[in-house]
Design a protein. Structure first.
Length: 224
């Protein structure tokens, strides 16, 4: 069975990115490349990482007017990423256009609420209610827009899956029980996330900063 773990390669150093991926590729299911990596290396860098042979999760969190996002997705299409992110808060039309522009094999998933935020952060931006309520609202919007799934924390994935049984649920902010939380506020263990309905887990520092990334990925995989 393919691992549910996608390792987050959040570095602008392509040599280090390739080294990390090479050291843990036997025990992860894919590579998540984010804005930091893409800003440094663009499409050429993504192609280099794809040569390692693992699916690519291109986590750019696109958020703009519908036409601009659709054209950006079209421009990214030659990379044929396994997963591509947009922001659910961009609205239904933006999400519909993003999905329509994406390659047929690419799962387009909507970021509901960053795992670095909590209810106090929401209130500061004028959004009332709990983090849970906001995630469920945006998940419903993504579902209506025809997306493949959402990105949400492990705290909300069970409720999202109950409302969207066939959805694809990406859960970041995952930390093994003994790991440091870092800048994440709404975290869960890998096992708890999978039990709640996560399709894939995004794990960064517990693997990438480990003395032995392969052993770390293998140990986390064993818990799920």
């Amino acid at each position: 069975m393919t691992s549910r773990i996608y390792v987050a390669i959040d570095t602008p150093d392509i040599a280090r990115a390739k080294q990390i991926a090479a050291r843990c590729h036997h025990h992860v299911g894919g590579l998540k490349l984010g804005l930091e990596f893409f800003a440094a290396h663009g499409q050429a860098g993504v192609r280099e990482m794809a040569e390692i042979g693992l699916p690519i999760f291109l986590d750019l969190k696109l958020h703009d007017i519908p036409n601009t996002v659709a054209k950006a997705v079209q421009a990214l299409s030659p990379l044929d990423p396994a997963i591509l992110t947009v922001h659910a808060s961009g609205g239904r039309a933006m999400m519909e256009d993003a999905k329509a522009a994406a390659p047929v094999h690419t799962k387009v998933v909507a970021v509901t609420m960053l795992t670095s935020l909590d209810a106090a952060d929401l209130a500061a931006t004028g959004v009332s209610g709990s983090a849970h309520d906001q995630v469920i609202r945006l998940a419903a919007l993504a579902h209506e827009a025809g997306l493949d799934g959402i990105v949400c924390s492990g705290a909300e994935v069970a409720a999202a899956k109950a409302a969207w049984p066939k959805g694809f649920f990406v859960v970041p902010g995952v930390r093994p029980a003994n790991a440091h939380a870092g800048d994440q506020k709404r975290i869960v263990t890998p096992r708890a996330a999978v039990d709640a309905g996560a399709s894939i887990l995004v794990i960064g520092r517990p693997i990438t900063q480990a003395e032995d990334p392969d052993a770390a990925a293998r140990a986390i995989g064993a818990t799920i």
